[in-house]
Design a protein around this ligand. Sequence first.
Ligand SMILES: Cc1cc2nc3c(=O)[nH]c(=O)nc-3n(C[C@H](O)[C@H](O)[C@H](O)COP(=O)(O)OP(=O)(O)OC[C@H]3O[C@@H](n4cnc5c(N)ncnc54)[C@H](O)[C@@H]3O)c2cc1C
Length: 255
Amino acid sequence: MNYQVAASVAAARLGADDKFLAGGQSLLGAIKLGLAAPEGLVDVRRLPELQGISVTGAAVRIGAATPHAVVAASPEVRRAIPALADLAGRIGDRQVRNLGTLGGSLANNDPAACYPAAVLGLGATVHTATRQIAADDFFQGLFTTALQEGELITAVSFPIPKAAGWQKFKQPASRFSLVGVFVARFDSGVRVAVTGAGPGVFRCHELEAALAHDWSPAAARAVKLSADGLNTDLHGTAAYRAALIPELAARAVAG
Ligand SMILES: Cc1cc2nc3c(=O)[nH]c(=O)nc-3n(C[C@H](O)[C@H](O)[C@H](O)COP(=O)(O)OP(=O)(O)OC[C@H]3O[C@@H](n4cnc5c(N)ncnc54)[C@H](O)[C@@H]3O)c2cc1C
């Protein structure tokens, strides 16, 4: 397998069977299991354009190669969107947080991953080397995104909400979300994103309507959700997940 370190965003080009490599916390495992067999790896982790955290106007911009631990510890993120720092600080274990990156998590789009919930819940914008993609258009189901072959995520801009919260009911072996719920309140309305419960991250419009009317734990708990389309596996039934979503939303609102 070829390995090269990309010298710049412009030079970060993939051959037909190549893949970008960031923290390797999803990709290397997939290669070891035989689930992926790229011909070459183009390492983008040290690209200067993919680094850094800044607050610009009403948004926090985070470079795609920023490790989870750096987001968790960032004073800017903790001040502007504490729920986002909290989410990053509860991903996986110490090794995963030190190596895994925001861009890698979003490109991978594991159906139980944490970051997709924050990106969708906050209505963030995903910046790539060629365009900007709204969160509502980015996630397209199981391990599928709007990214085209060879399209590199460079950064994500997260609008700063009036209030936000994250609650994750952890699957203790993998530490991924059995169900995770991100809630955010803006002047323009409420967004609620759910991960771990379905084939991909999704917005819960019933909870958004209830919380827009009354931003309170009781309003979230009063919502009853259908289990249709939710996951059943050895860790929990669809009905169990449907019951967890409003409860986690209530706890996320309570802060
Ligand atoms: C034990 C364990 C526990 C974990 N627990 C959690 C958890 O609780 N919550 C959670 O959310 N995640 C969890 N993860 C996954 C972790 O967050 C990964 O770091 C993340 O999914 C992938 O990030 P990465 O930087 O390691 O990407 P890589 O593994 O390097 O790449 C993943 C994919 O993204 C592509 N890619 C990487 N960077 C870019 C880019 N900038 N632009 C376009 N494509 C890119 C790669 O080509 C590859 O297809 C866990 C992983 C492990 C091993």
